[in-house]
Design a protein around this ligand. Structure first.
Ligand code: PLP
Length: 384
């Protein structure tokens, strides 16, 4: 039999998907607190945008970088909401934020390079880096620092092979939001070490008592690549639309790379995204308010149960400390919780070594399920 490619074989599977598979295979209902899938329906005007495109027959190939009107609307959005003053030629529409990230990495990172990735961090960062035959190097994030990167620690990880630093704010799984001072320092750090700064801002519109901050605002030397998504903001995960905002030369290369990767993003889905940007934004506020209420209800429930957690200021996840319960093996503990108590959570080690002893629970589930799930989780005896 022909051999599979080494890097494809060695790329680990997402631990969240493992939990999902087990949850699907169990008889009876499971409370799913493991996935980041908004519980809301896609707003009607967004669905209409796709419907109208289908009815017009807009179902053909479009430009690699995206439909011009969509790129224009995105440039307007990032100027107004993220403080990024860019032209439409700096925007590349992608198949979800995930593909924006992959394209950003494909344009900047070669086999054998090293990329600094957050630990704990979204597992897809390391997976994408590995698929490109580069090496993900985890940089630890600590609760004591509010899960913000420590520049001295980061500097200690830079080698002559380091090409890029990935940051993610608001963060999955930690809910941390980037302060403006640190955003500026990260840009200067990238300048000093001649790195690309890849900023995943897929949860930019989901913050509580905090403004989202885009490091690209302080990009003086054309090295910040910002990845965004429509998935979470407009509850349209399955439509698969995101975008990369990058310096002109990077954006042109990224547009070229679309050809062998996806050619272009599904045209009706791009029109849905356009309708999302041009239509009323009250749905975004409604969802944000609901996530905040769930966050506060979950926090109160965890407090009553005496379970420690990190209160998120953005995104829709809670990082919960189960170190006194899981006996040093959170993955097995989470699988047992699922088998025995029918609650699915994402084990912290899925997000890196620093995640041992923690689980991520998603606030994207409705409140009743969320509180019942927390009750069952908290009901597992702590080991003394
Ligand atoms: C941190 C982060 N970035 C990017 C994405 C990508 O989302 P999508 O590809 O659906 O836009 C996700 C999805 O969960 C995420 O958590």
């Amino acid at each position: 039999m022909a051999m599979l490619a080494e890097n494809a074989r060695r790329m680990p599977r997402s631990g969240i998907r493992e939990v999902m598979d087990l949850a699907w295979s169990l008889p009876g209902p499971v409370i799913g607190l493991h996935v980041g899938e908004p519980s809301f329906a896609t707003p009607e005007h967004v669905r209409d945008g796709a419907r109208r495109a289908l009815d017009r027959g807009d179902t053909r190939y479009v430009a690699n970088a995206g439909i011009p009107e969509v790129r224009e609307a995105i440039a307007g959005k990032v100027a107004a909401r993220n403080g990024l003053q860019v032209g439409p030629e700096q925007v590349v529409v992608s198949a979800g934020g995930m593909q924006a990230l992959y394209t950003a990495l494909s344009a900047t990172v070669a086999a054998g390079d090293e990329v600094l990735v957050p630990d704990p961090g979204w597992p897809n960062f390391a997976m994408a880096v590995q698929l490109l035959q580069a090496r993900p190097i985890g940089y630890p994030l600590h609760a004591d620092d509010g899960f913000l990167p420590d520049l001295e620690g980061l500097a200690g990880l830079v080698t002559d092979r380091t090409r890029a630093l990935i940051v993610n704010f608001p963060s999955n799984p930690l809910g941390a939001v980037l302060p403006a001072v640190l955003a500026e320092r990260l840009c200067r750090f990238a300048d000093e070490h001649d790195l690309w700064l890849i900023s995943d801002e897929c949860y930019d519109e989901i913050t509580f008592d905090a403004e989202p901050v885009s490091p690209g605002r302080w990009d003086e030397h054309e090295r910040v690549l910002s990845c965004f998504s429509f998935s979470k903001t407009y509850a349209m995960t399955g439509m698969r639309v995101g975008y990369l905002v990058a310096p002109l030369t990077v954006a042109a290369t990224a547009a070229k790379l679309q050809e062998p990767l996806i050619a272009c993003v599904n045209a009706p889905a791009q029109y849905a995204a356009l309708a999302a940007l041009e239509g009323p934004q009250d749905h975004v506020e409604t969802m944000r308010r609901a996530y905040r209420e769930r966050r506060d209800a979950a926090a109160a429930q965890l407090d009553r149960a005496g379970v420690a957690y990190h209160l998120p200021r953005g995104a829709f996840y809670m990082w919960v400390d189960v170190s006194d319960r899981c006996g040093g093996d959170v993955k097995s503990w989470a699988l047992e919780l699922l088998r025995e108590r029918h609650v699915a959570v994402a084990p912290g080690t899925t997000f890196g070594d620093q995640g041992e002893g923690w689980v991520r629970i998603s606030l994207a589930t409705d409140t009743g399920d969320l509180l019942e799930g927390i009750d069952r989780l908290a009901g597992v005896e702590a080991r003394r």
